[in-house]
Design a protein around this ligand. Structure first.
Ligand SMILES: [Zn+2]
Length: 236
């Protein structure tokens, strides 16, 4: 059995998108190796969420790599900058926000590629989404395709033709509501996930950052009860 199923590396942040991407990879028959990056993110609560999701969805193993991007900063997630709150949909789609982490998905995919090559895997899953997203350039199909080309040029396994690296982005053309429906259909317990950029010390969501708003709107549009635990002061 194990020789017939293929291994995949799944980037797992602890958010609802990556949890759903992991569930899709499992459904597609991959043995999933979850990779979580502790990059010094302000919302470290998502690391605990990633552990919960990895356990609940039965990964082969989870590795947490520490790579502190606060060494560079340049983002409200990795430097002492305020997280935007209560932005309108127009504001959210009007440009690349301060929560963009410079080159984050390039860095993360590079780490996933390194691990995949060690495992003899040619399949990487990530939960990027180009529809209900925050305008990040490294969540677009053009970026993913470019990285896939790079992966096959940059590795011994690629150059020796042992296989062809693929970056699977099963959510890239789905709305947040569609992602939630897909996840529910695959048995994802979204109560385990964390999306907020600026949680309270106890992990409660702020309810006001872009990520909280996109998540809340997604649950509403999907007609699925929202399991998010918000800080007490937040009025929905
Ligand atoms: Zn929030």
């Amino acid at each position: 059995m194990t020789t017939q199923t293929k291994a995949a590396v799944v980037l797992l942040s602890g958010g609802l998108d990556s949890a759903t991407a992991l569930a899709v990879a499992r459904r597609d028959g991959f043995r999933c190796h979850a990779l979580t990056i502790a990059y010094g993110q302000r919302h470290a609560a998502e690391l605990e969420a990633a552990r919960r999701v990895a356990a609940a969805l039965g990964v082969v193993e989870q590795r947490v790599v520490r790579l502190d991007l606060r060494a560079f900063g340049g983002s409200a997630l990795t430097a002492d900058l305020p997280i935007p709150q209560d932005r309108s949909a127009e504001e959210m789609t009007g440009g690349i926000p301060i929560t963009y982490v410079p080159a984050r998905n390039t860095v993360f995919l590079s780490l996933a590629l390194a691990w995949a090559e060690v495992l003899g895997s040619f399949d990487i899953f990530m939960g990027v989404n180009a529809i209900d997203y925050s305008g990040y350039p490294d969540c677009r199909p053009e970026f993913v395709e470019a990285f896939e080309r790079l992966a096959n040029l940059a590795t011994r396994a690629g150059v020796e033709g042992r296989g062809h690296f693929r970056v699977h982005t099963p959510l890239i053309n789905l709305s947040k509501a569609d992602i939630i429906r897909r996840g529910v259909g695959l048995g994802v317990d979204f109560h385990l996930t964390h999306s907020c950029y600026d949680p309270a010390p106890d992990g409660a969501a702020c309810g006001r950052c872009d990520s909280c708003q996109l998540r809340r709107d997604g649950f509403r549009a999907a007609g699925v009860p929202d399991p998010t635990r918000c800080a007490a002061a937040v009025v929905k």
